[in-house]
Design a protein around this ligand. Structure first.
Ligand SMILES: *Cc1c(COP(=O)(O)O)cnc(C)c1O
Length: 380
């Protein structure tokens, strides 16, 4: 057994990662696997290997640095870089290693051209803003993009055109109209590029778009969160479309000590929670330094979050400390030091769902995965 610097244990299920990729591919056609930010905390290499085994031929990372790590794995398939290129060095590295950056401004096109040659053109993905207002050329700039590409005399070869959906995971007519308008704009952009002699493949849909908007699939989908088992349509009337996605991460922490907390006794910093009956509490070895947010602390007597221990749910009481937290295990028989309490997932009948944890935390599943995944991980 290894002795890590902290007690929290993150276990990633690679079979579930592979299964989720196959499910998305079956549901939504040709998919790349989005593995940015250390595969949403699941581990870049391990997740990419699982998706590649499941048939993924393209990985999407955030930065050129992440792409270079993936190449060195070694991973020989296609890699696209969602945040693009920021310097001539990044352009050279990307071109030399066959990495395809998203480019959404003219200077990036010129930088990529400078790193390439007519004999060895640099492949890029043209990024367009159709409503996200983040990165990309606008639809109105398409003629200028075409002119610029022509002026670069074949040194830059656009292989993909991309845009990103802002509200595909939201319910309601307004969100649907906005998403369809993004799709229509993107359709016009792809058509104009092809018309101009650039045979790009189109990629628009994220996880929610892939599941909920079959009409917006173009040539390749870009699911991320669904591969990690969270349902992007959770809480909407389309949630059933994400059924079958399996949890890929569970996070546990060992019980360090169990003790009685007599009625009327306060617990932890601030003495915010006071036992209203004779209680038993379990101190677990995870706190905010392990990315278990202090925001999960009980608000006085009001419970905000639960863990699963011995197959049952136990509320978090008092403030989450730096490396420890307290659970009320009065109603969970037999809890003792060494038991594992699950902050996410679990092995009993009431595992903590990522969507639940995110709601208690006041965030989204993405952030919970990225943060909890910074801890030491093991793979099954
Ligand atoms: C993160 C990201 C995705 C994946 O989105 P999910 O909601 O996780 O499916 C796709 N495309 C771009 C540009 C992204 O940044």
């Amino acid at each position: 057994m290894t002795i890590d610097y902290n007690y929290i244990q993150v276990v990633v299920d690679t079979a579930a990662l592979a299964g989720n990729f196959r499910l998305m591919q079956a549901a939504g056609g040709n998919c790349m696997a989005v593995v940015k930010s250390d595969a949403y905390g699941h581990g870049l290499y391990e997740a990419a290997a699982a998706f590649a085994r499941a048939g993924a031929d393209t990985m999407a990372v955030g930065t050129v640095g992440e792409a270079l790590k993936l190449r060195a794995m070694p991973y020989d398939g296609r890699i696209v870089v969602l945040l693009g290129v920021a310097s001539p060095e990044e352009c050279q590295a990307a071109h030399a290693q066959g990495i395809v950056p998203f480019v959404g401004r003219f200077e990036q096109l010129r930088m990529m051209a400078a790193a390439a040659s007519p004999h060895a053109p640099a492949a890029v993905a043209l990024k367009f803003d159709t409503g996200m207002a983040r990165l990309g050329f606008t639809e109105a700039q398409v003629p200028e993009v075409v002119e610029t590409l022509r002026g670069l005399e074949g040194r830059v070869r656009p292989v993909l055109a991309a845009s990103h959906l802002a509200v595909a995971d939201e319910a309601g007519e307004d969100a649907e109209a906005f998403t369809l308008a993004q799709g229509a704009a993107f359709g016009r952009i792809v058509a104009a590029l092809r018309e101009a002699g650039f045979p790009v493949r189109g990629t628009l849909a994220n996880s929610a778009g892939t599941l909920a908007y079959p009409g917006l699939r173009f040539d390749m989908q870009r699911p991320g969160i669904a591969l990690y088992g969270a349902n992007p349509l959770h809480g909407t009337d389309k949630a059933a479309l994400g059924a079958g996605l399996r949890p890929t991460m569970r996070v546990g922490a060992p019980v360090l000590q169990v003790h009685a907390l007599a009625k009327g006794t306060p617990i932890h910093y601030g003495r915010t929670f006071v036992a209203k009956r004779d209680m038993t509490v379990a101190i677990i070895g995870a706190g905010y330094a392990d990315c278990v947010s202090r925001g999960l602390s009980s608000a006085g007597q009001r419970i905000r979050a639960w863990c699963e221990v011995r197959g049952l749910r136990a509320p978090l009481v008092g403030r989450v400390c730096m490396q420890m937290s307290a659970l009320d295990v009065t109603d969970v028989p037999g809890v003792s030091a060494g038991d594992l309490a699950y902050i996410l997932g679990g092995e009993g009948d009431t595992p903590i769902a990522a969507e639940e944890l995110a709601a208690w935390w006041g965030t989204i599943t993405y952030e919970a995965f990225c943060l909890l995944g910074m801890n030491p991980r093991t793979y099954v």
